[in-house]
Design a protein around this ligand. Structure first.
Ligand code: 13P
Ligand code: SF4
Length: 336
């Protein structure tokens, strides 16, 4: 087995995003991860868009809201966040005394990237009478510029917590913003951002799929474009889609979101059939390349060497905390 030069690994961390150390021969990575978790009092929080094997390793699997709530209340010393960067950052903001690890620092998000803070600040400053609601899929700099954060499971309640005559900016997802405008009758100003994964579903292919499966319920995420959502029977966050698939009587579901969620749907309802909606390319299902950067080997190295770690200044944590706190407080009063 190759010698591991920890110093070189750490030096290259920002460049390659993860510890590229070879896994010892004959090591069962899955067992080793479970042992490291116990030894270090660590937990793994995983988003539904992680690979099946990572979901199977996790202590908690959830949508963005559930993961934030879980990160805030954990008493573990280490949070290994199997998700993307903004999610791990949110965990650090909510529980700053914990060590928050992410398997790959470069697990980003096209939606978060579509809203650079310097440009957004100029936009926001040109509407001084507007309050800012930001979707959690954004950087901590954007959170710090916002009045309140929302996720796809509480966006409607967050918007409705403002008086009807309060002018609002919604960032960064124009598709979720347009959907919430529609269901609340508001006219929020929308930042022109979007998720690369939810924007490439094909209307024609989905229509064909519906014709082939006339009894299937079509369930989709509100990050999808408006045209796609016209074909959908139920719209919700990943957790809401999972719950719908469990509680609805249908035996077939066409699922219009990232394909990782199908794993929990199949575990919860093994007798039902789940069909991933096809994207506008040659793939059969839709994967988020950022979410899928995480692997069990990267998780093993991250837990073993406690790197890459999310590091944030106290000042940034304090500024970004307030709008997230506001969201969690409003969510606590919501019916699930
Ligand atoms: P939710 O898990 O909150 O539904 O968000 C989906 C998503 O795109 C996360 O990046
Ligand atoms: Fe970002 Fe979209 Fe991937 Fe979610 S699915 S992490 S919104 S790019």
């Amino acid at each position: 087995m190759q010698d591991i030069n920890i110093e070189i690994g750490l030096k290259n961390l920002n460049k390659i995003g993860y510890l590229d150390f070879p896994i010892p021969d004959k090591l069962n990575v899955f067992e080793a991860i479970q042992n490291l978790k116990k030894e270090k009092n660590a937990i793994i929080l995983a988003h539904y868009y992680q690979s099946n094997e990572i979901q199977d390793l996790a202590d908690y699997i959830g949508d963005s809201l559930g993961l934030a709530q879980e990160a805030e209340k954990t008493t573990a010393d280490i949070i290994l966040f199997a998700g993307v960067h903004f999610m791990a950052e949110t965990a650090k903001i909510l529980n700053p005394t914990k060590k928050v690890l992410i398997p790959d620092l470069h697990a980003g998000c096209s939606l978060s990237d579509s809203c650079p803070a310097e440009v957004f600040k100029i936009f926001k400053d040109s509407y001084p009478d507007h309050k800012v609601i930001s979707y959690i899929n954004c950087s901590s700099d954007i959170k710090a510029l916002s009045d309140v954060i929302c996720t796809s499971s509480n966006a409607k309640a967050i918007v409705e917590s403002f008086p009807e005559d309060q002018p609002l900016i919604f960032a960064p997802d124009k598709n979720l913003g347009a959907y919430i405008n529609k269901v609340t009758g508001r006219n929020m100003l929308l930042w022109n951002g979007s998720c690369m994964v939810h924007e490439i579903f094909s209307y024609d292919k989905l229509l064909d799929l519906k014709k082939k499966h006339p009894n299937a319920k079509v369930i989709g995420h509100p990050e999808c474009e408006e045209e796609i959502l016209t074909l959908v029977d139920f719209i919700g966050s990943t957790t809401q889609l999972l719950n719908y698939s469990i509680n609805n009587q249908a035996n077939e579901f066409i699922v219009v979101t990232e394909s990782g969620i199908l794993h929990q749907m199949m575990i919860s309802s093994p007798q039902k059939k789940f069909i991933p909606a096809p994207p506008n390319n040659s793939c059969a299902c839709n994967d988020c390349p950022h979410m899928k950067r995480n692997t069990p080997n990267k998780i093993y190295n991250a837990l073993m060497y406690e790197q890459p770690e999310i590091i944030m200044s106290k000042e940034m944590i304090q500024k970004a905390y307030l709008p997230i706190r506001k969201m969690l407080d409003i969510s606590a009063g919501m019916k699930s």
